[in-house]
Ligand binder design. Sequence first.
Ligand code: HEC
Length: 128
Amino acid sequence: MRLFGQSIIAAALFGGAFIGLAAKADTAVERGLKVVREHCTRCHVVPGINPYGGIGSTPSFSAMKWLDDWAYRFEIFYILPPHPSLVRIEGVSEPRSDALPAFSKEIILTLEDVDDILAFVKTLKTPE
Ligand code: HEC
């Protein structure tokens, strides 16, 4: 009986640890989706997040996948206009120059976030 009780406790502990691990381990794709949802959908249309949102003049993420070098563009998007004035990468970008227009909120990301965004965009289908 005692042994039985112990194994239930052990199973509960093990199960708890397992669930804890599963809940913590967001994949790169999931992290990328969160970054994109929070920071990019203000301007870009992203399938599965805001198919009717975005700003008309801004390319949709799936349309960009028509370009052969789309992945490269996503790796360096923060140095391509108009992003330098609104996105800063920790440890990479210079502090924002006073000469640039002030936006209400600067987007501050890490290089890992940039990798995660790329992992997420890889999962988007190219439009038919
Ligand atoms: C303030 C609006 C705005 C936000 C926010 C924004 N973008 Fe953009 N993005 C643009 C516009 C406008 C263009 C088109 C630029 C052009 O045509 O030269 C663009 C173009 C791009 C391109 C293609 C660049 C090129 O020159 O080929 C990529 C990649 C990109 N954005 C990624 C992102 C990612 C990732 C985020 C979120 C972290 C983001 N953008 C947030 C406005 C925005």
